[in-house]
Design a protein around this ligand. Structure first.
Ligand SMILES: NC(=O)c1ccc[n+]([C@@H]2O[C@H](COP(=O)([O-])OP(=O)(O)OC[C@H]3O[C@@H](n4cnc5c(N)ncnc54)[C@H](OP(=O)(O)O)[C@@H]3O)[C@@H](O)[C@H]2O)c1
Length: 335
């Protein structure tokens, strides 16, 4: 086990956009961890990324990074269809794993990952960075304190426009589509907020005729104590929001999934004060990717639970799969 003064050494599997633009720069803001290597299928690309980002070591294959004895943990930002395979290979090689969402595309995949975790004893979790942002911790606390009265429901949305055929999100056989890419967030955060699992779901899904991926989906999740609906789209103007309703008040998070790392985040409460004035709760600007990596590194160092364990991920995966089934069959589906 590492002492508090020893940095957790991370490797990055694939010179992915999210890694280069957000997660590696976020890691480099922390004193608790360091990115010591990056791998790409192309040595040239790995070298270029390492030099640009100031990373010590680079490899021209993923297998080579897995064999690096100076790495404690791997961050996996590969296309969705490769998550399970490389998460398993990394744990087998003795590395802890933080894997991008969605960590798996089927329950069989997630069960295989769980078996490998239990066999190897490595730490593994899904990279739902939203969980590390203080705005979500505060929102759940407010709900648990009864600020909204009795929770009755919620609504969310997450959309962007991307019709680039070269983007992995538009490739059906690489786990593309809106529900796997961004629908996972309203599902994850509504489960977090309700503190329950949805019993049944229904959905309508529109597929892109050329790509075959879901480009627009509307869903309803029936939780034991309320109803939550959301829309997610990949060919719709960029937008996000989430709101929860109770018998006494409403809680809104204007930037629930990608709050800026350089601006204050806010929660808006209405109906909760005696004079019914809108109440704004502000949070200092934080980089949720830095907090996510620090929380995961802390779990490695202390042996404590990771921020989003596989048992949680299994529920999220089951909800997305049920939404696809519900849309296909045009009826409510049990999760
Ligand atoms: N948490 C978040 O905020 C967030 C945001 C965006 C994306 N993500 C997740 O991060 C992952 C990557 O997304 P991204 O937008 O960064 O994707 P991306 O830029 O396309 O990167 C994916 C990387 O995977 C590697 N790769 C290996 N096999 C591949 C194949 N057959 N086809 C394409 N690429 C392949 C490539 O790296 P090499 O060529 O270097 O080997 C590529 O750069 C996805 O799972 C996505 O859901 C999370």
């Amino acid at each position: 086990m590492k002492t508090i003064n020893e940095k957790i050494r991370w490797g990055v599997l694939g010179a992915a956009n999210i890694a280069q633009k957000s997660v590696i720069p976020a890691a480099q803001k922390s004193r608790q961890l360091e990115i010591t290597a990056i791998a790409s299928r192309s040595e040239e690309k790995a070298q270029e990324a390492a030099e640009f980002l100031g990373i010590k070591n680079y490899y021209g294959s993923y297998e080579a990074l897995l064999q690096d004895p100076d790495i404690d943990a791997l961050y996996i930002p590969l296309p969705n269809h490769l998550h399970a395979q490389w998460a398993i290979a990394a744990m087998e090689a003795g590395k802890h794993v933080l894997c991008e969402k969605p960590i798996a595309l089927s329950l069989e995949e997630i069960d295989a990952i769980i078996r490998t975790r239990d066999k190897t004893g490595m730490k593994i979790g899904e990279a739902f960075m939203v969980k590390s942002h203080p705005q979500w911790e505060a929102a759940v606390k407010l709900k648990n304190e009864g600020v909204l009265g009795t929770l009755t429901g919620g609504q969310g949305s997450f959309t962007y426009y991307n019709d680039n055929p070269q983007n992995v999100r538009n490739m059906y056989n690489k786990g593309g589509g809106g529900l796997w890419d961004i629908g996972v967030y309203p599902v994850f955060t509504s489960r977090l907020f309700f503190g329950e699992e949805p019993e049944s779901v229904c959905a309508i899904v529109e597929s892109d005729p050329q790509f075959g991926i879901d480009r627009l989906a509307s869903a309803i999740l029936k939780f034991p104590s309320g109803q939550f609906s959301f829309i997610c789209g990949t060919q719709t103007n960029s937008y996000q929001h989430i709101r929860f309703f109770g018998t006494k008040g409403t809680l809104e998070i204007p930037m629930p999934f990608n709050p800026s790392p350089t601006e204050k985040a806010t929660i808006l409460l209405s109906g909760t004060k005696a004079d019914k004035q809108l109440q704004t709760i502000s949070f200092d600007a934080v980089d949720q990717y830095t907090l996510e990596l620090e929380a995961f590194s802390e779990a490695i160092r202390t042996g404590r639970e990771v921020p989003v364990p596989l048992e949680n991920s299994r529920h999220n995966t089951a909800v997305i799969l049920a939404l696809f089934r519900a849309a296909e069959q045009g009826k409510w589906e049990t999760v």
